[in-house]
Ligand binder design. Sequence first.
Ligand SMILES: [Zn+2]
Ligand SMILES: [Zn+2]
Ligand SMILES: [Zn+2]
Length: 87
Amino acid sequence: MKVKILRILLWHAVASWTWDAQDETCGICRMAFDGCCPDCKLPGDDCPLIWGACNHAFHLHCILKWVNSQTSQAHCPMCRREWQFKE
Ligand SMILES: [Zn+2]
Ligand SMILES: [Zn+2]
Ligand SMILES: [Zn+2]
């Protein structure tokens, strides 16, 4: 139940974003793509970016944490479509 409420709040937060910076910052940690995720100290090959089938990009570590935190099917945090890694 708690998770559901959180998801609805998150959806509203995403839907109300008006700035067009989703190509430059990670939608999960909000750190720039030319930096690294909060779990890493140095940007670069150790903290790669990954794209989903919906064309949203995230730090690999961020989306892995996100996917693993979902109790059922994971959805893209940006557009709520079913999350699949782009081949
Ligand atoms: Zn990130
Ligand atoms: Zn990282
Ligand atoms: Zn998406």
